[in-house]
Write a protein that binds this ligand. Structure first.
Ligand code: C5P
Length: 208
């Protein structure tokens, strides 16, 4: 089974993806890490994240075997990721890895922005996870604080709005709900309710 989960930053798609993978004993890929790794490589080389040549070279040479999540989950790297991910050649360099991951038995849960629309258009289940920008900013700020970073909700909200706008308006694989995806709005849900709702969506598709 292949489950595609898309949605904006901090909507809860990563947590839901991990939990669904554990529930159904599938593998899980947080595809944002791929773009974050490209963004970090560009930053580490002292280049700007909108430097096309540097970003394409980084994507084509990326070691896809392991990622240091702790390092990649910073706000700065997330911002860089949203620049490099708008470059078509960067996206192209990462497509085969994602598709191979999805089809390797027993199947997988992939979360990102274009899984249901571009990477796995034939996924068995597609869920588009969203939440209000304020809720998403509060969640992300709490994550940063738990990791020892002091950052206020307003700064995170501004960052999230910018990232939403960039991810939705780019021409290469923009963030958008697939026509056959089920919408899951987690604004008023805690983690457990959101996971339950996601499992109910998967079950409703499996029973068809
Ligand atoms: O999901 P996460 O916040 O880690 O993603 C970081 C950035 O990577 C996103 O803002 C988006 O620009 C990009 N991304 C993407 N396509 C994906 C996953 C992430 O363009 N499938």
């Amino acid at each position: 089974m292949i489950i595609a989960i898309d949605g904006p930053a901090a909507s809860g798609k990563g947590t839901i993806g991990k939990r669904l993978a554990a529930h159904y004993r599938l593998r899980h890929l947080d595809t944002g890490l791929l773009y974050r790794a490209v963004g970090k490589t560009v930053l580490d080389a002292g280049k700007k994240p909108d430097d096309r040549i540097a970003a394409i070279a980084a994507a084509q040479a990326l070691d896809l075997s392991r990622f240091n999540e702790a390092v990649l989950k910073s706000a700065e790297v997330g911002e860089a990721a949203s620049y490099v991910s708008a470059i078509p050649e960067v996206r192209a360099a990462l497509v085969d890895f994602q598709r191979n991951f999805a089809v390797t038995p027993p199947g997988a849960v992939l979360d990102g922005r274009d899984i249901g629309t571009v990477i796995c258009p034939d996924a068995d289940v597609k869920i588009f996870v969203t939440a209000s920008p304020e809720t998403r900013a509060a969640r992300r700020a709490a994550e940063y604080r738990a990791g020892g970073k002091t950052i206020d909700d307003a700064t995170v909200l501004a960052d999230i709005r910018k990232r939403d706008e960039r991810d939705s308006s780019r021409s290469a694989a923009p963030l958008k709900q697939a026509a056959d995806a089920v919408l899951l709005d987690t604004t008023t849900m805690g983690v457990e309710d959101a996971v339950k709702a996601a499992i109910a969506i998967v079950e409703s598709k499996r029973l068809r």
